[in-house]
Design a protein around this ligand. Sequence first.
Ligand code: AMP
Length: 278
Amino acid sequence: MAVVRSVSDLRRIVDVWRNQGARIALVPTMGAVHEGHLSLVSLARAHADRTITSIFVNPSQFAPGEDFEKYPRDEASDVQKLAAAGCDLLFAPAVAEMYRPGAATTITVGDVAELLDGLARPGHFSGVATIVAKLLIQASPDLAVFGEKDFQQLQVIRRLVCDLDLPVEILGAPTMREPDGLAMSSRNVYLNQAQREVAGRLNVILTTAARSLRDGDEVSDVERRAQEALFRAGFEGIDYLSVRDAGTLAELRDARRPARIFAAVRIGAVRLIDNIEV
Ligand code: AMP
């Protein structure tokens, strides 16, 4: 697996592949690679001839006081895992390569980016949209793969690609979980043993809530019971626990529409997000 750090080196390799007629996939990540990321690489490989993974811890999607500085970084181990998974190229630019002096252009997605994490993390999706647009323009892949773990992000990117006519297909990939249901995440390393045990309850509580909705319980009752269960389980804060329309992520008005439950919860200084189809 080749490793490149500049946009020009990335483009040189992509041009060669294009001239060979290869179909190219991009998997954007922030590194600290785990099985969830590798499942995206594997999905990408199933749909393309060449797979690029990017690793970039994007400062503009972290708010002041969030974990940008201490976000886990281990490129040597990431390179090994990605190469073993059959990734063809790693694009791992420095911040100065992605944000040139004087950089002044940002992309703001409205609508689906203004709810849930858009409210809880002001500016976050603008940072995501800007960096993903740049990566898509730089790598010009035929397809890009994103995880349903970050379902709202996936919908924001679909909106972005549609609105800007970016010629790329977006694939969503299912969430990879630990045996107790905890969604795999680079941030799980922040959890101590006691917190790790609590964290496993999140998916169990969401699964119970989804079952209650399928059984016909009222949305507001299900949300309230799930919130109570989260506090009983040991979570210390809830940014949101909400049943939403699976397409628009708006509050669910019509119980016959496909629904999804979204949660962002806190234990100590750790923030976990998860979501589940109803
Ligand atoms: P991150 O490095 O956390 O920014 O994630 C990079 C990509 O991997 C995003 O598209 C995420 O949605 C996806 N991803 C993260 N965790 C998982 C997981 N547990 N299962 C599937 N995809 C994931």
